[in-house]
Design a protein around this ligand. Structure first.
Ligand code: ZN
Length: 72
């Protein structure tokens, strides 16, 4: 089941409380915090909204080199 808009509306970055943006990727979707420039992975359709799990992203919204880019 994909992440619903209703769920997206209530999800926020645990660090800065900014609303997150869904990023659909063939290698694994995630939720991007535009303020922190991190992506929270979605694993098995469950958003992992943990600061420890956040992966830094570049301007293109892709995980930076050296970080896991695939989490399916
Ligand atoms: Zn944030």
């Amino acid at each position: 089941m994909p992440i619903s808009q209703e769920l997206l509306d209530i999800l926020a970055c645990p660090k800065c409380k900014t609303g997150v943006i869904l990023k659909e990727r063939p290698k694994g979707s995630g939720l991007i915090c535009p303020t922190c420039k991190v992506i929270y992975p979605i694993k098995d359709d469950i958003p992992i909204m943990l600061i420890d799990e956040a992966i830094p992203v570049g301007e293109d919204g892709e995980p930076k080199a050296g970080y896991t880019s695939e989490w399916k």
